[in-house]
Design a protein around this ligand. Structure first.
Ligand SMILES: Cc1cc2nc3c(=O)[nH]c(=O)nc-3n(C[C@H](O)[C@H](O)[C@H](O)COP(=O)(O)OP(=O)(O)OC[C@H]3O[C@@H](n4cnc5c(N)ncnc54)[C@H](O)[C@@H]3O)c2cc1C
Length: 373
């Protein structure tokens, strides 16, 4: 007999499921997709959209159309509570939905509570739509005056945002002071070769990099650092890392140390086997995984297969995270810094490689006329 399958969050880890929804329909199941947005932006190309390397339509998936074209019901809404014992979810709109099986991919958010500002300066780097709004805001502001932008966070995202802001300002022939507050050390967890290349690429373009200081507060229009100094700013990008959605903890599911839904090697909740999950919102029990899109992307086929198998009652497949991850930082000047195992290189070839990988990924899942017209 057909079952109720609910897909929560149309994120990076669910794209294979969305593309193959017909398989569930063909097996007689009803599928409902609930996501807080009908468009999903690919984060790997987000900083490039900020600078104008990519148009918004080149980096997004029409997940509503993708679902509806394949026979699923799409609900643009937010899941606010899971009742795992009753196998039911509550949506922000007040609607409730029952499920026999469910997969969650609700991502993560940038914690900005500590930086609460009444001046409306803050732009968290997630969701990626924020980068599009920021681009429009910056272009408008550059028309009138010289502006001051501070990027808080010296990880890969802060670095890519700073480099791409510089490109945006140059393209607009505007004037802007860009400061990157890198915390303890710029790209602290990366190889010296990566750190040095990235720093050179930023400093060459007059991005001011501040190491050894963290943001402690925002007072008025000043970003206050841990050494007591302040940076006057018109816009502040927050790239201070991410946290999984609190939905799971709030719903009484077992969570990992980072607050993500704790899943086993089959990407299945350790407490409720009918709930699967992938991407930034899970905590993988066999080993801690970095919150990077690479893992979300690799979890796609496993989630798809395991949901089908679970509904059929057949054996599940294990997820084995890859040991080495190719890292490529888009510096915004037509170059990228790349790390693969112990190899580090940079330049135009690095960007060409990243661009090729990203565009190939988009091509695979842009199946709903995203680029038409
Ligand atoms: C600027 C930037 C650049 C990055 N670049 C890279 C990169 O180059 N390579 C890399 O590996 N990683 C990169 N990352 C990290 C990467 O973005 C994340 O690891 C990735 O987004 C995780 O994907 P996800 O599908 O889990 O979450 P998301 O992409 O956040 O997707 C979650 C989805 O769930 C929906 N949703 C959220 N809450 C709910 C709810 N309660 N109910 C219903 N729907 C909900 C959202 O609308 C969204 O569609 C980057 C991150 C940023 C911010």
């Amino acid at each position: 007999m057909g079952k109720q399958l609910v897909i929560v969050g149309a994120g990076h880890a669910h794209l294979t499921i969305l593309k193959n929804l017909q398989e569930f329909k063909n097996a007689g199941h009803d599928v409902t997709v609930v996501s807080s947005s009908s468009l999903h932006y690919y984060s790997g190309m987000g900083p490039g959209m900020l600078s104008g390397i990519y148009r918004p339509e080149e980096i997004r998936f029409n997940v509503k159309k993708m679902s509806q074209n394949r026979g699923a019901v799409f609900i643009e809404d937010k899941v606010v509570k899971i009742h795992p014992q009753k196998k039911r979810i509550d949506l922000q709109s007040g609607q409730t939905l029952p499920y026999d099986a469910m997969s969650v991919n609700t991502g993560s958010y940038v914690p900005v509570e500590a930086a609460d500002s009444s001046e409306n300066l803050l732009i968290p780097v997630k969701p990626i739509e924020n980068l599009l709004l920021a681009r429009q805001k910056i272009i408008a502001a550059l028309k009138n005056k010289e502006i001051r932008i501070t990027v808080v966070g010296g990880g890969p995202t802060g670095v890519e945002v700073a480099g791409n802001l510089d490109r945006l300002v140059r393209n607009e022939s505007g004037k802007c002071r860009i400061t990157l507050v890198a915390g303890t050390r710029l790209l602290g967890q990366f190889k010296p070769g990566v750190r040095n290349r990235v720093r050179k690429a930023l400093v060459r373009r007059k991005v001011q990099v501040i190491d050894g200081s963290r943001m402690s507060a925002i007072k008025g229009t000043s970003v206050v650092l841990s050494d007591g100094s302040g940076i006057e700013s018109d816009i502040v990008f927050m790239a201070v890392g991410v946290k999984p959605s609190p939905l799971f903890k709030d719903s009484g599911l077992t969570v990992g140390q980072d607050g993500g839904m704790l899943v086993n090697q089959y990407l299945q909740s350790v407490s409720y086997p009918q709930i699967f999950g992938g991407g930034d919102c899970i905590s993988f029990e066999p080993q801690a995984l970095a919150k990077v899109g690479v893992f979300a992307v690799r979890q796609n086929p496993i989630l798809f297969n395991n949901l089908l198998c679970f509904l059929k009652g057949s054996a599940l497949e294990q997820f084995h995270p890859q040991k080495a991850v190719l890292l490529a930082f888009n510096m915004g000047d037509g170059t990228a810094v790349v790390q693969w195992h112990s190899l580090v290189w940079g330049g135009r070839l690095g960007f060409a490689l990243k661009n090729y990988i990203d565009r190939t990924f988009m091509k695979n899942f842009q199946v709903s006329g995203e680029l038409d017209g």
